[in-house]
Structures are given as C-alpha cells and as structure tokens.
Design a protein around this ligand. Structure first.
Ligand code: ZN
Length: 157
C-alpha cells in the first residue's frame, strides 16, 4: 500500500540526473572570475539562444553543469528575472529520458506548465519549464538530450 499511487498511475516520470543549474547574471564575462577563477570550473563554451533572448555559458562539473544566463533583451525571461530579483539561481534542470512522456504525465496530473510542448534550448536539448507555482517556487526545467556518440561526447570535454 505504501506505493499505491505509483502502482496505480502505472507511470512515474524518471529524473535521470541534475543536468544543470541555471544562474542569471548581468554579464557572463563579469561573472567568470567567480566561477572560473574562484571555483576553478573551466568555461566550456557559450551559445546564444535567440528564441530565449539569452546568451548562455556552460561550465561543466563532472557530468552536470553550471549554466550562466545573460539577457540579450530586457523583455526576455532572464531580463525580467534580473529586473525583478537580481542575479542568482534562476532554475534547476532535470534530465529525463522522454520529455514528451514526462510532460504528458504532468499534464494529466494537472501540474501547471510554462511549456506544454518541448522547445529547443542551448546545446540542442529539448526543454520545457514547469510553472514555479506548481513546485514550491522553484523553476524546474526538464531536458532531454540526444544520446552521446560512441566517440565520447563533445559536451563532456
Ligand atoms: Zn537551463
């Protein structure tokens, strides 16, 4: 009986790992002395996600990452976040193996979603955000990444 809910539902989304922590910053360059300098986490690259009005920088830690988020437009999500709350942790990203199934399951459970269908984020990942009102104030991103190639994964370097 302890696992009643799980058994009856027959499906429970599986979070594989903490994929990355998204941190809103005013300027990536200005924040690197903290992450690279102080923490010794090397920068692995940057990418602009035009649709999200954001420039991102990746700093891998083991097989997770710190993702620095610099706004390219005050009207974008990071621009608005910075204006309202200033720099700091903006979201947690959980990797799932099947984002479509995860979203369908959450929707069926009545969980409020920001993205009802996945879109493309940095690094070609398929991502979707849950509404923080549904998760105790934590902005959670689900992300699904294509399996790494046998030769060993450019993102891991
Ligand atoms: Zn993210």
């Amino acid at each position: 009986m302890r696992f009643y809910c799980r058994k009856v539902q027959g499906e429970t989304m599986k979070v594989l790992k903490l994929d990355h922590v998204g941190i809103a910053v005013e300027k990536i360059d200005a924040s690197l002395p903290v992450w690279e300098g102080l923490m010794g986490i090397p920068l692995n690259g940057t990418e602009e996600v035009v649709e999200q009005k954001v420039r991102t920088a990746f700093l891998p830690i083991g097989d997770s990452e710190i993702e620095l988020l610099e706004s390219t437009d005050p009207e974008g999500p990071i621009g608005k976040f910075l204006a309202a709350r200033g720099q700091g942790v903006q979201h947690l990203a959980f990797r799932v193996d099947d984002i479509d199934a995860a979203l369908a399951e959450l929707k069926a459970k009545g969980v409020r979603l920001i993205d009802e269908t996945p879109r493309y984020g940095a690094g070609g990942a398929r991502i979707a955000f849950l509404h923080p009102k549904a998760t105790g104030g934590v902005l959670i991103e689900l992300c699904e990444r294509k399996p790494q190639t046998q030769t060993g994964g450019a993102r891991e370097r």
